[in-house]
Design a protein around this ligand. Structure first.
Ligand code: ZN
Length: 353
């Protein structure tokens, strides 16, 4: 049997209580890994259900962002919006986010005039969560179990109504930020079908280990939008390639020998049959063939042999796109050629005459 789950996250509540989680985890910079959160919670519910297959059909997050604030806080607002687009694009969350009008003021209360009575008011977030939960509960076959990541008592009526519609409800919350009615093991308020799931107890599984950020893939064969989300931080001078391209590179490198078969001079024996052409040795040569669409090419080297090079073997100062057949290059040997096989080049760079 397959149990369908839908997740409803009160994002505003979760962010504002993340410092509490960080405190109990003993790590000030603790962040929730939103990529993992749905899976971890589904596993917790399925543990209580017994051995069943579970499927998180959708994850909804409800939250807000500052609009019309002081320009000095633009960066902070942008980071929040970037975070939302990460949730949407990378983790396939459904988002309902609402602007809070700051009327030109600073975001943090500490940065505002203490005499200013302005109080940022969040609009619609709780109601939007309750509406969605109820809406999907009323449509047949959308979900069996609603997992609500919440703490506020305001949600009590919606939890009760969803249960009256025949759906099961699980609550995931934070010990210090949860209304006692939700935490009550006897469940006198009749709001849940499972033992409450404490995020406090799952922190080792929920911790964000690597911050995701956007980088442009530098592969010449990359297809589509170049900006992709990654956890990779390239060192200075190192190129970044996305996961899709990396997988493709393996294939490209396997394809290369077939391409070489149509390139007869690759079979020219080494000039000095007794001499070794050790890996690491520097050679110069001329690019004799370039398969631009496949991201690799061949160099005919001064030793008379052919050397395969992949776009990832080209040094950062020389873009693969700039390489033309006939270009003079220098390189070091990654793999020495065999008696009937081309070698492989690395650190390919322009040979300045
Ligand atoms: Zn790519």
């Amino acid at each position: 049997m397959m149990i369908k789950m839908m997740l409803f996250i009160d994002g505003t509540w979760l962010y504002s209580n993340t410092p509490r989680l960080a405190g109990s985890y003993g790590k000030g910079d603790f962040q929730v890994d939103f990529g993992r959160l749905p899976r971890v919670l589904a596993e917790e519910v399925s543990r209580q259900l017994g051995p069943v297959e579970v499927d998180v059909v959708r994850t909804y997050l409800f939250g807000s962002f500052a609009s019309n604030c002081d320009a000095r806080d633009d960066e902070a607002v942008k980071r929040r919006l970037d975070f939302f687009s990460l949730l949407k694009e990378e983790y396939h969350y459904e988002l309902e986010i609402f602007p809070i009008n700051f009327r030109g003021r600073r975001l943090r209360r500490a940065d505002r005039d203490p005499k200013d009575p302005f109080e940022p008011k969040e609009k619609c977030v709780d109601i939007a969560l309750a509406t969605s939960m109820l809406y999907f509960a009323a449509i047949p076959y959308t979900y069996d179990v609603a997992i609500a990541v919440i703490g506020d008592q305001d949600f009590k009526p919606v939890l009760q109504h969803v249960r009256r519609l025949g759906k099961r409800v699980a609550i995931a919350s934070i010990r210090e930020s949860c209304t006692p009615e939700f935490a009550d093991p006897r469940d006198e308020a009749r709001v849940k079908d499972f033992d409450i799931i404490w995020l406090d107890d799952l922190l080792h599984r929920l911790e964000l280990k690597y911050e995701r950020h956007q980088l442009e893939c530098q592969s010449p064969t990359h297809g589509g939008e170049r900006k992709v989300w990654t956890t990779f931080y390239p060192r200075k001078g190192q190129k970044f390639f996305c996961d899709v391209c990396r997988t493709e590179f393996v294939q490209q490198k396997q394809e290369a020998p077939a391409e070489l078969a149509s390139s007869p001079s690759a079979l020219v024996p080494p000039l000095d049959l007794n001499g070794e052409t050790p890996a690491g040795q520097e050679l110069s040569g001329v690019v004799k063939k370039k398969m631009a669409d496949r991201g690799y090419g061949f160099i005919q080297a001064e030793d008379g042999r052919d050397y395969f090079f992949h776009c990832t073997d080209v040094q950062t100062e020389l873009a693969f796109e700039e390489i033309q057949e006939g270009l003079h290059v220098k390189f070091s040997i990654k793999q020495a050629p065999g008696s009937d096989k081309a070698g492989a080049a690395q650190n390919v760079r322009r040979h300045e005459a």
